[in-house]
Design a protein around this ligand. Structure first.
Ligand SMILES: Cc1cc2nc3c(=O)[nH]c(=O)nc-3n(C[C@H](O)[C@H](O)[C@H](O)COP(=O)(O)OP(=O)(O)OC[C@H]3O[C@@H](n4cnc5c(N)ncnc54)[C@H](O)[C@@H]3O)c2cc1C
Length: 418
């Protein structure tokens, strides 16, 4: 893509009126991505192994604390800034961008998002004390947090209580249950688990959802299962089991009842998986342009740009990419607590168009570049496989987003058919 004069490159989100912090963060991750993450991406994919070296770079650059408030020693980035940074990382390594999301959300949900959720004064004070501990772990110890919600039930879709439970005991909680698809398995120091408070009355309720950090060293905690998927292989998203795991009260990442309120107040918190895929789409488009110009490093300098069909194909890819980016940017700029129904529809539309669009662009890229472009030594076939995963991510899979949009358009809240 053309270069932005201020940055020397065009970021995955396109040219915007960036703040000085956004400009400097985008430059930082673009350089890390170009020089370090892109050359390493094939190795994580091939072995389905976690990108530890990339995380060491992110740690060194202070980027694990991107969304930790400045007062707690972090970089204090807001929601939109995180989304721009993650899209830039996704351009060079999808698995790194996606796992970075799980980690960053553990600090963003407890940080800037929690600030916009209604709490009592006591809850606010309790939350302030506890999150300071988590922020310290990230800032001082470089700790990594995972975000395992999925269980293979309707819970991760937000339609049923989590089967993983936590019972209140002296000084903390006893956690029991299992999770699937836990990205950062074996790499994270803490697993930010969503579970249902077991109140002993056998009536689990989504309002009693708890958000607890389980230390990786906890007795009764185990990781199991094969990890050999189609794409996003470097996320290493295996199964977790919790058997009578004790976690102290301080591991509560949000006060009781606040997660449920937060999910309703801040729907944009579920849009944070999208930037990894916008980055992949940008990478597929960029590759196509270089390939047709005969400029891919290490490849014969064969030009294919003179064919009108290729020119039209590139133009169509750009039209689709611009539509995705425009929706994405508008959605991140207007993300806020309690969005209007119009803004909420746009958010769903942005999620749908990025998650479905990323794979579409990768598909068009392969079709346009041709057979030689899908060889394993080139990134396109990996981008194609990685991008396939976006619309499967709960709670906002492509299907469930359409489901929500249709229902919420045709029914007012509380409205029913006779
Ligand atoms: C690379 C990768 C990394 C991941 N990392 C994480 C992670 O770190 N943490 C985490 O918690 N999860 C993670 N996930 C899991 C992801 O968010 C989904 O939970 C998972 O893909 C769902 O797979 P499933 O087969 O269990 O879906 P199922 O629950 O079997 O659903 C299948 C499909 O049915 C539809 N569906 C589901 N529920 C409903 C419903 N109630 N009504 C109507 N339709 C419905 C959805 O469209 C869904 O795609 C990851 C997934 C991938 C692919």
């Amino acid at each position: 893509m053309d270069a932005s004069p201020a940055l020397g490159f065009t970021p995955a989100v396109g040219e915007l009126a960036f703040t000085p912090q956004q400009r400097s963060l985008l430059s930082l991750v673009h350089e890390l991505g170009r020089a370090k993450f892109a050359p390493r991406a094939a190795q994580w994919d091939e072995a389905a192994s976690f990108p530890f070296a990339n995380y060491e770079d992110l740690r060194q650059a202070g980027l694990l604390a991107l969304c930790v408030p400045r007062a707690d020693g972090g970089l204090g980035a807001d929601y939109a800034t995180y989304m721009m940074v993650a899209a830039e990382i996704g351009r060079f390594c999808g698995a790194t961008a996606l796992t970075y999301n799980m980690h960053i959300c553990s600090t963003m949900w407890t940080g800037v998002l929690a600030d916009g959720i209604e709490m009592t004064d006591d809850q606010r004070a309790e939350h302030g004390r506890r999150r300071a501990l988590h922020f310290r772990r990230v800032v001082q110890d470089g700790a990594l947090y995972a975000q395992p919600f999925s269980e293979g039930s309707a819970a991760a879709a937000g339609r049923a209580p989590f089967g993983t439970t936590a019972r209140k005991v002296e000084g903390g909680w006893r956690v029991n249950g299992r999770k699937i698809f836990a990205s950062l398995s074996g790499a994270a120091d803490y697993y930010g688990v969503l579970c249902t408070e077991d109140k002993g009355d056998e009536r689990p309720d989504v309002r009693d959802t708890l958000y607890l950090a389980v230390p990786a060293t906890s007795a009764g905690f185990a990781i199991s299962g094969e990890w050999n998927p189609l794409g996003m292989r470097g996320t290493v998203s295996r199964n977790l089991a919790f058997q009578d795991v004790f976690v102290s009260d301080d591991e509560q990442l949000m006060p009781r009842g606040v997660y449920f309120r937060g999910a309703q107040t801040w729907p944009a918190m579920f849009f944070t998986l999208a930037p990894a895929y916008l980055g992949l789409a940008t990478a597929a488009y960029d590759f196509t342009v270089s390939y047709l110009r005969g400029e891919v490093a290490g490849e014969p300098p064969v030009k294919r740009r003179m064919y009108p069909t290729k020119q039209i194909a590139v133009a169509q890819m750009r039209v689709q990419l611009e539509a995705m980016k425009s929706l994405f940017v508008r959605a991140i700029q207007e993300a806020a607590p309690n969005p209007s129904s119009d803004a909420r529809m746009r958010l769903y539309a942005a999620q749908y168009s990025v998650m479905e669009g990323a794979n579409d662009i990768a598909r068009l890229a392969i079709r346009t570049c041709g057979g030689q472009s899908m060889m394993k030594h080139l990134p396109l076939e990996r981008l194609y496989r990685d991008s396939r995963c976006g619309s499967l991510m709960l709670p906002w899979t492509a299907e469930l987003v359409l489901d929500r949009m249709g229902r919420e358009t045709l029914y007012q809240p509380g409205e029913k058919d006779d």
